[in-house]
Ligand binder design. Structure first.
Ligand code: DX5
Ligand code: ZN
Length: 224
């Protein structure tokens, strides 16, 4: 499976956001990860649909914008993000009682974007089972969402293994506390896509850090 590395813009220097967005493409990342917080699903606020437009302006035309909606009402915003340039929309399974997951996934697919289903650390793998057909990727949170710079929760590793066994062909992405060591653990458990915020943005040379991260994950990823 293709190993993917996605820097999270949440950890960028907001005083020079345009330049930080360019840095992600120059570092040969696979996509930019854009974290959207609503102050309800998570106790914090971050970016808005116009941030997608800003990313698009500073990125090469075909560079993917992977948008993680930490929101109670992703259905009210998904289309707005796609219109502004987001190419993947990830939303949370914890909202499955309130949000029609497959209907929203269909709408996103109709607009030509990819669908990711996100699971908080305490949401079991089984919760994703009924929705696997609707999703292009699973986003396995390795911290409780809301803030960058938190510590990787290793208790999530068995769940990644379970998800990989349930969905051998799907992209499994991890998000939260990712660095060289934790990425290797997640890759060995079956993850093939890695979001990293603080770890990558604090690197003086993001390009060589991504290169090394990719190499380590490729080695540790033991699944065909
Ligand atoms: C957490 C966000 C993450 C976060 C990752 O709420 O979904 O994407 O930015 O940041 P680090 O890599 O610093 O844990
Ligand atoms: Zn995220």
């Amino acid at each position: 499976m293709r190993i993917q590395i996605l820097p999270s813009l949440l950890a960028a220097d907001l005083a020079c956001l345009g330049r930080e967005i360019q840095r992600v493409a120059e570092a040969e990342a696979d996509a930019l990860h854009l974290d959207i917080m609503d102050g309800h699903f998570v106790p914090n606020l971050s970016f808005a649909p116009d941030t997608s437009a800003l990313c698009k302006k500073y990125l090469p035309a075909d560079f993917p914008i992977n948008t993680h909606l930490m929101m109670t009402n992703p259905d009210a915003y998904a289309m707005r993000f796609i219109e502004k340039g987001s190419t993947t929309i990830q939303f949370h399974l914890e909202m499955r009682e309130q949000v029609d997951i497959c209907k929203l996934a269909d709408e996103i697919h109709t607009k030509g974007a990819r669908v990711g289903l996100a699971l908080n650390p305490d949401t079991p793998a089984e919760a994703a089972h009924p929705y696997l057909e609707c999703a292009d990727e699973l986003l396995c949170m390795t911290v409780f969402p809301g803030y960058g710079g938190q510590t990787f929760i290793a208790d999530v590793l068995p769940k990644i293994k379970q998800l990989r066994a349930m969905a051998p062909a799907i992209d499994i992405m991890v998000d939260g506390g990712i660095n060289f060591e934790t990425a290797e653990l997640a890759a060995a458990a079956g993850a093939n896509a890695f979001v990293a915020g603080s770890f990558l943005f604090k690197q003086p040379d993001m390009k060589s850090a991504i290169k090394e991260l990719r190499m380590r994950c490729q080695k540790a990823f033991a699944h065909p």
